[in-house]
Write a protein that binds this ligand. Sequence first.
Ligand SMILES: NC(=O)c1ccc[n+]([C@@H]2O[C@H](COP(=O)([O-])OP(=O)(O)OC[C@H]3O[C@@H](n4cnc5c(N)ncnc54)[C@H](O)[C@@H]3O)[C@@H](O)[C@H]2O)c1
Length: 248
Amino acid sequence: MTAAGRVAVVTGGAAGIGRAIAERLAKDGFKVAILDVAEDAARQAADSIGGDVRGYRADVSDRRQVDAALAAARRDLGPLAAVVANAAIAPQRPFLEMTPDDWNRVLEINLTGTFHVVQSALPDLVEAGWGRVVLISSSSAQRGAPRMAHYAASKGGQIALTKALAVEFAKSGITVNTVAPSSIDTPSVEKKRAAGTIPSAEDMARFIPVGRTGRGEDIAAAVSYLTSDNASYVTGQTVSVNGGSFIG
Ligand SMILES: NC(=O)c1ccc[n+]([C@@H]2O[C@H](COP(=O)([O-])OP(=O)(O)OC[C@H]3O[C@@H](n4cnc5c(N)ncnc54)[C@H](O)[C@@H]3O)[C@@H](O)[C@H]2O)c1
């Protein structure tokens, strides 16, 4: 455990990939603050993971809520050392039917929400001269996604933000990287499957070189590395965790 006693913030940690990340970072020795718009689920996730893991309510698109939740996390757990911006929504809508409100909502949560959380937390990392920032993007930013232009654009924005922050904070002991998942089984993906808007896990697996869909733990393992002391020479990168899909 290299993280002993450091504090990590995981947004959207009440469910799915974020929950798996929170659990893994807790195992690595971080104290973990789960920020999620689903307050009860955030607290339940924290309780079931156990140890120094707390749940806080915040809609990441609302700066005041983010600042308040991070202030509470600092008070309860200590200064922040790692930030994982994972909270996102992924609605589907044909581009020609997409309204400006549809577009703005996705950008507000997925990209501006990332800005709020990272900017609100970063002073602690700068002060300590050590920090880890990991943004959870998507393969949709790398290869496109039909009916998800707003989502793909928001996720591409995260990759550009990663590169900009990596060079701006490189001399401060802070690394900034992106993990780009693809085809990870989570409760929200299961809902889309039940609604028939995406293929079954078996059908998806036929197009994934390793022959299976992904799990939250696959993403959490990459985040574990990127938030560790071992990854101090890795910054500004996009780590694709996708079972070998879309190579190149
Ligand atoms: N599941 C996949 O196949 C996949 C693929 C590529 C990228 N991703 C990315 O991984 C991340 C997690 O995906 P997931 O499938 O676990 O999602 P999910 O929908 O299962 O969970 C998202 C979590 O974020 C929370 N959340 C949503 N809006 C929020 C807001 N405004 N403020 C705070 N919390 C909010 C939700 O309550 C939920 O707990 C997302 O960034 C997603 O874009 C997922």
